[in-house]
Design a protein around this ligand. Sequence first.
Ligand code: BGC
Length: 498
Amino acid sequence: MGRVVVGVAVTVAVATCAVAALVVGRRVRSRRKWKRVANVVRELEEGCDTRVGRLRQVVDAMAVEMHAGLASEGGSKLKMLLTFVDKLPNGTERGTYYALHLGGTNFRVLRVQLSGQPSSDLEHEVERQPIPENVMTSTSQDLFDFIASSLKDFIAKEGDGSNISKDTRELGFTFSFPVKQMSVSSGILIKWTKGFSIVDMVGRDVAACLQEALTRKGLHVRVAALVNDTVGTLAVGHYHDPDTVAAIIIGTGTNACYLERVDAIIKCQGLLMTSGRMVVNMEWGNFWSSHLPRTSYDIDLDAESPNPNDQGFEKMISGMYLGDIVRRVILRMTLESDIFGPISPKLSMPFILRTPLMAAMHEDNSPDLREVARILNDIFEIPDVPLKARKIVVKVCDVVTRRAARLAAAGIVGILKKIGRDGSGGITGGRSRSDMKMKRTVVAIEGGLYSKYTLFREYLREALNEILGEDIAKHVILKVTQDGSGIGAALLAASYSS
Ligand code: BGC
C-alpha cells in the first residue's frame, strides 16, 4: 500500500514538473516572440527619428536645395519649376469659368462663378469621380478622351443642354504632375508620379493634348491656364487672404509652391515678368537629403516602386505610401513571430492597406481596438488578433505618421527660411528671435491626408512649433482649402484669359 502511495506521488510529481516545464517553456518562447516584436518596433522608432535637431538639418537642407534648384536647370533634385504665374487673383475676376483637376485619387470637374467682387465664398459646383485604374496606365488619347467626356457630360447638364457646342468657355486645367511650363497655358510633362504611367505622354504638351481631345468631342472650350495643384491652391488661398505666401499639398502625393522674387530665380534671368514675383512649383516630393530618417522599409518600398530613386520625400510623407510602409512592418513582425498567427498571403500584397484605413486604425479610440481588429481581418484576413498585438499595430501607425507629419513641417519651415519668414532674419543687432517683428504668414494646405487625419495635423503643428519656437510659430497660419486647387485654376483662367 505504502509503495503504491509513493509510486502515485512520484508520478504526480513528475507530471507536475513536466507541466511546469511546459508552461515555463511556453512562457519563455512567448516572452522571446514579444521581445522580437518589441525589437522591430524599437528599430522602427530609431529609424524614424525626427528629433528637433534632425528636423532643423532637414530645414537647412531644404533651403539649400531650393537655392540650388533656382540657380540652374538640374542644379538640384528639387526642380523648382517656373509657372509663369506672376499675378495672383484679387477678386476683380468676373464670369463663369471651368476647371478640370487630374492627379489625386479623384478626378474633378468644376464650374466657378466669379462676380467681379472679392467674396469669402466662391460660388461653384463640383463633380468628383474616381479615375478608372485602366485609364491611369493606358494611352494619352484614352486619358484625355475620358477627361473631355466628363467635361462634356458636366456641361450637358447646364440649362437644357442645347448650347453645349455654341458658346466658347474658358477653362483652367489642374494637372498635378511635374510639368515644364512654356507659358501659363502650356507645358510638357516631365514624368509621372503617384502610380500613373502613360508612356506616350511624357515630353508632350499637356494643355495641347487636352485641347485636341476637347475639339474631338466638339466642345468649344479653351484651355486658358495649365496649373499644378499647389499653384491652384496658392491662387485660391491668396484670393481669400493676401498674406498667403505658399501652398502645400499633402494628399495622395505631396508638393509645395511659393511666391518667389524673380531676381532670386537665377535660371530665368532675362524673362520679362510684370510683377517682379513668380510662383515656383518646387516639386518637393523629389527632395532628398542624407538627413532624412530612412528605414529598410523605405528602401524596399522605393526599390519595388515603378520610380526607384525618385520622389523620396513623397514616399515618406504622402497618402499613397504611408499605408504600405505600415504593411511592410506588420509583414516583418509576422515573419519574426506568430503574434498575428500564421502568415497571411495578403500581407505580401503591395498597397493593399490604403492610408485612410491605416489612419482609422491609428485613431481607433475603442478600449479593445475593435476597428484595428476589423481592418486586420478584412484587409489582411488575420482573425482574432490579441489586444496586445493590436496595440502594436497602432504604435506602428503612430511612428510612421508622426515622421511623415514632422518631415512635412520641416519642409514648410525650409520654405519660410528661404523667403525670410522663419524669424531668423533679424537675430543680428542684438535682437532676440522673440523681439523680431514677424509678419503674419499664411500657408494654404490641401489634400486628404492633412484635412482628414487629425493626428497627422496635430503632429505637423507640434513640429512647426518645436522648430520655430512658439513666439515665431504663432505668426504662421496653416489654412485648409477645399477644392482650392480646382477653384484656383478657374481663377487663374480668369486672370489670364484674353
Ligand atoms: C506631383 C506634384 C503634385 C503632388 C500633389 C506629386 O506626385 O509630382 O506635381 O503637386 O503630387 O498632388
